[in-house]
Design a protein around this ligand. Structure first.
Ligand SMILES: NC(=O)c1ccc[n+]([C@@H]2O[C@H](COP(=O)([O-])OP(=O)(O)OC[C@H]3O[C@@H](n4cnc5c(N)ncnc54)[C@H](O)[C@@H]3O)[C@@H](O)[C@H]2O)c1
Length: 318
């Protein structure tokens, strides 16, 4: 597992450990977009049963131990469209493209028959904005930010690695939320603002919509992809089939919290899709997977996490 100290990665570590797998958990928490949060997650990873935690920077360090696994779940990288502009472009290039290239090269150096299968986190942002139907995996790609472009390049490397005899699977995650969500992400910012009694900071007019996907569903799809026999180099959407407008999500969230939805509008983010919408036919066919957590249940779950952290730590996160 790479990116084990991350939002999605820390949940994956829990799930792999619970399923009885022997897990080598790798991360470089200092490279995180939110190092304080990553270090806190890392504390939990290091003490998880069945888990060996190793600090390593995938863009620099020796990756042979990772390549010796049966399956590598590669979630490490620099997320976020917003922070990928300007100086962030080089960071996305380093931690997404170079890191993935080095990992795949280490796997390709293994003897034939002993190369791991590599499950790689890609993103819905490779599509750009969805039109009037959900995006299918064979739709043309329209990356609109340096982050999205870095994920397109990651996908290209994964397809090339498949030609080199490394089995790869690309999971295109759609706006993931739930407990431990990254502090830069919308729902995290909304819940923290609402709990503080501040207006909710919304980029743009709130009409944007997303196939918001609960982290429990994302973990389920990722485990299924790790275990399934799939064509090498294939991309699979991992997203909820029903997009929800940001405004509608705010309504649900403030209902659960019992507060008035007061909003502070912020400049829209360049390169942010107006709509993401996952066609989940391929995931259903190949993984037997469909998202099961709807937004009302999922948001209540995330809110409960924010509240429990405040009780435990007496402070807000992020
Ligand atoms: N969260 C989402 O909604 C979402 C959507 C689409 C795709 N993704 C992708 O899923 C993956 C996980 O996302 P997340 O939200 O958990 O992000 P995250 O930032 O919480 O986790 C990423 C982890 O990777 C680690 N990392 C970064 N560079 C590294 C390096 N060079 N060497 C070792 N570790 C490094 C970070 O320390 C961090 O712990 C990322 O690849 C992201 O692009 C996430």
């Amino acid at each position: 597992m790479t990116g084990a100290a991350g939002f999605i990665g820390s949940h994956m570590v829990d799930a792999l450990g619970a399923a009885g797998h022997e897990v080598l958990a790798v991360d470089a928490p200092a490279r995180s977009l939110a190092p304080d949060v990553a270090w806190r997650n890392w504390g939990g990873v290091r003490t998880a049963p069945g888990v060996t935690a190793v600090e390593a920077d995938l863009a620099v360090d020796d990756l042979e131990p990772l390549a010796a696994a049966d399956v590598v779940v590669h979630l490490a990288g620099r997320p976020s469209v917003r922070t990928s502009w300007g100086a962030g472009r080089a960071v996305a290039e380093r931690d997404n493209v170079r890191a993935t290239g080095r990992l795949l090269a280490a796997c390709a150096r293994r003897p034939a028959g002993r190369r791991p299968k590599v499950v790689i986190a890609s993103s819905s942002s490779v599509y750009g904005s969805a039109g009037n139907r959900p995006n299918r995996e064979d739709d043309p790609l329209h990356p609109a930010s340096p982050y999205a472009a870095s994920k397109v390049e990651v996908e290209r490397l994964a397809v090339l690695a498949a030609d080199d005899g490394v089995r790869t699977v690309l999971l295109r995650y759609f706006s993931v939320y739930g407990p431990r969500q990254r502090p830069d992400m919308a729902f995290h910012r909304f819940v923290e603002a609402a709990l503080d009694g501040r207006p909710l900071p919304v980029f743009g007019d709130g009409r944007r919509s997303r196939s918001f996907t609960h982290v429990r569903d994302v973990v389920g799809a990722t485990l299924a992809a790790a275990g399934a026999d799939l064509p090498s180099g294939i991309a699979i959407n991992v997203g909820h089939h029903e997009p929800v407008a940001v405004r509608a999500a705010i309504g649900m969230l403030t209902d659960v919290l019992g507060v008035r939805p007061e909003i502070r509008r912020e400049e829209p983010v360049a390169g942010d899709a107006r709509r993401t919408w996952a066609d989940t036919g391929r995931a259903a066919r190949l993984l037997g997977w469909t998202a099961g957590v709807g937004p009302a249940e999922g948001l209540a779950d995330q809110i409960a996490w924010h509240r429990s952290l405040r009780v435990r730590e007496g402070v807000r996160v992020g």
